[in-house]
Design a protein around this ligand. Structure first.
Ligand code: RFL
Ligand code: PHB
Length: 393
């Protein structure tokens, strides 16, 4: 089989890239290791920046999001059992939308299939070859039968544990990394959210986050050990810990309900430089990971592929290679700013096991400052709603 762009991975990055390319008349094939159902049910991120929302709308895949997405004009930061509102719309004129990542994935899969797009699920043992030539290749198996996809370019959209990044020769990619001494235990509960906006809570027993997916489903997270065993966390213990950390002096607390899903996510900051080797371009989690405290992972994946699609369009429509050559530098400028914000939010809100009394008081002063200074709140809000998207042109 032959195509213009071979895309490894059907997460938000791979699917959105395939969609954007199709709109420009560029052909792609998406190779995904998991089943369609697995991809469509995988519970992950939930906050879309306005730039992401605009792009989904402008490219015709925003219909369900417009109906079901929840528009949020502010967030709350909590400490000492009190919540403080950051009014993002007043500070920046912009807002975010709460809409699950798996819903975005569903919408993109539906759009690609409707447009006759080629998506291959349950494609096993993918490997990539001839990356520094003009005819790179993806090999994989479907039902035990070997397949070969010849391409002009390969987009490595296969996430942090994918095969594309490790396929470049040793030394090509420089890695910058910080691993945090904690993770998040996340639950999805059949319970009406007890308020409309998210609450990021700093608590002496560890961070907790109150979020939601719909008027009937609450999403909650607890700072935990990165190697936490879920067997140690029966539902009653999860609720007790959430209530301890989230209940405020004014009586606010989350509503409880049947727990639909439970998982543990370790946390790291990670950047690969550059994001290109020959005809292989990395995008999304395959190139970088942010801790989820800034709600940025999926948004970054979408902003990468927007730039990559621009570069590929320049190549096919105007014969320009210079745009693609700038892909990595242009993306990395925004990625590092988002890394900084995600690290900062994480540092401000979590308990660090090695924090000294000085660190604890500094952290407390940071929360006090951000929630009492309009200048500091504006900086947080500007980053939370999303820094401007980068362009190649
Ligand atoms: P994805 O979504 O990981 O998609 C990569 C796709 O590639 C497939 N794949 C392969 N396919 C073929 N052959 C191979 N060898 C393959 N290896 C992997 C995978 O099956 C998958 O379908 O990456 P993408 O598209 O870059 O999107 C990035 C976002 O998914 C990610 O940044 C966020 O979801 C991060 N993240 C979260 N962010 C938040 O803002 N809030 C959250 O609550 C949140 N929870 C999470 C998360 C990431 C997680 N990961 C990566 C383990 C929870 C988890 C568990
Ligand atoms: C979520 O709803 O899953 C969510 C919200 C905000 C974050 C991270 C995750 O910062």
């Amino acid at each position: 089989m032959r195509t213009q762009v071979g895309i490894v991975g059907a997460g938000p990055a791979g699917l959105m890239l395939s969609h954007l390319l199709a709109l420009q008349g560029i052909e792609s094939v998406v190779i995904e290791a998991r089943s369609r159902q697995y991809c469509e049910d995988r519970v992950r991120a939930g906050v879309l920046e306005q730039g992401t929302v605009d792009l989904l709308n402008e490219t015709g895949v925003g219909e369900r999001m417009q109906l079901q997405g929840l528009l949020h004009h502010g967030i709350e930061l909590g400490f000492d059992r009190r919540r403080h509102r950051i009014d993002m719309t007043k500070l920046t004129g912009r807002a975010v939308t709460v809409y699950g990542q798996h819903e975005v994935v569903r919408d993109l899969i539906a759009a690609r299939l409707k447009a006759g797009g080629q998506l291959f699920f349950e494609a096993e043992n993918a490997s990539v070859y001839a990356l520094d030539s003009e005819r790179p290749m993806v090999r994989y198996e479907v039902g035990g039968v070997a397949q070969q996809l010849e391409c002009d370019f390969i987009a490595g959209c296969d996430g942090f544990h994918g095969i594309c990044r490790p396929s470049a020769p040793e030394g090509v990619f420089q890695v910058y990394e910080r691993v945090y001494p904690f993770g998040w235990l996340g639950i999805l509960a059949e319970a009406a959210p007890s308020q409309e906006e998210l609450v990021y809570m700093n608590h002496e027993r560890g961070f907790a986050l109150f979020s939601m997916r719909s008027p009937t489903v609450t999403r909650l997270y607890l700072q935990c050990d990165p190697a936490e065993d879920l067997k140690e966390w029966p539902d009653e213990r999860v609720w007790q810990e959430l209530q301890t950390r989230l209940t405020c002096d004014d009586g606010w607390r989350p509503n409880e309900g049947r727990i639909l899903q439970k998982s543990v996510t370790p946390m790291r900051s990670f950047v690969t430089e550059p994001m290109q080797y020959g005809r292989l371009f990395l995008a999304g989690d395959s190139a970088h990971i942010v801790p989820p405290t800034g709600a940025k992972g999926m948004n970054l994946a979408i902003s990468d592929v927007r730039v990559l699609a621009e570069g590929l369009a320049g190549f096919y429509k105007a014969g320009r290679s210079d745009l693609l050559a700038r892909y990595s530098d242009v993306c990395l400028r925004r990625i590092w700013k988002v890394q900084r914000f995600s690290w900062w939010m994480t540092s401000m809100l979590h308990q660090f096991p090695d924090a000294s009394p000085f660190d604890q008081r500094r952290q407390r002063a940071e929360l006090d400052y951000v929630t009492s200074s309009a200048a500091a709140a504006k900086s947080l809000a500007e980053n939370y709603v999303g820094l401007p998207m980068e362009h190649l042109l």
